[in-house]
Design a protein around this ligand. Sequence first.
Ligand code: TLP
Length: 340
Amino acid sequence: MIDLRSDTVTRPTAPMRRAMAEAPVGDDVFGEDPTINRLEEHVAALLGKEAAIYCPSGTMTNQIGIFVGTGRGDEVILHEGAHIFNYEAGAPALLSGVGMRTVPGEGGVVAPETLRAAVRPENVHFARPKLLCLENTHNVAGGRVFQLCDFAAVAAEARDLGLKVHLDGARLFNAAVATGTPAREWCEHADTVSVCSSKGLGAPVGSLLAGDEETIREARRARKAFGGGMRQAGIIAAASLYAFEHNVERLAEDHERAKGLADGLREAGYGVDEPETNIVLVEVGEAEAFLQDLAVEGVLATPWSGSRIRLCTHLDIGDAEVEGTIAAASRLLVSGEGVR
Ligand code: TLP
């Protein structure tokens, strides 16, 4: 099967597995796992932050970011397509006791004036808006980059309104590689940043939350409370360290292949958004029925909004898989099963 459902489906490579097998370990709840300590320092430096904390998932790093950036009854403002709002099981309400206020915005971008309009003044009736959550690249929008100037502008507006900023940077390195803008330049405008090693970077597990020393100290308490304190986890953190050290630049290959895939599918007759990174959104009519037919042809993808499907390129997708996917989708169009 050619698996384009997500960039999370990659399997660790032989050198990554070797790094895992050879990792020195200790009890991380005591702060004694040398591999985790190295990983946290490496990622903090990469993001230009004072400190970082290793967690099992991007959901946990986002939720800890919300927990340390808010108090019970506060309000989080975020784009209506945000992963935190759509795909994290209502965790902001569950774990932090906060409400979520969503706002619209083209391509996942929140405009300063949209933010200002959503922030209500101090009044005994209103929940207090405390945190703006932004996402880069934006998943629902199809891996769209939140350009640095737009990001800086809305973050400045947030600060002006007294809000903190959290960045869901599960695919921040895709944005960095696609634009040539170092990841840390976005992070300058955010108080907390979540990054994942388990998406395009190819590690089997692991995300980090970065911020200033004091915030990450609080995050360490929150991680323990959320059940994310791990022990000799250097054995998995080694995969993340390997991913950050070796697999960032190669994201450019995933982006190239996504473009090739989009071109091929367009030539075959499909409506395809031009990808900016590794996510391709394709118009197919009845998504669920189409995906069943596509699976019979040996290709897996994910149903997306309404009549669209999402295809992600990643470490385990080479040129042959791109060609195979275009061929499979073309066969569906020829047989009349493509777009219903
Ligand atoms: N996204 C997954 C699914 O949950 C939709 C995917 O296949 O894209 N932020 C963003 C922007 C994400 O895309 C994801 C995962 C997460 C956070 C959560 O990361 P994990 O799965 O590690 O909790």
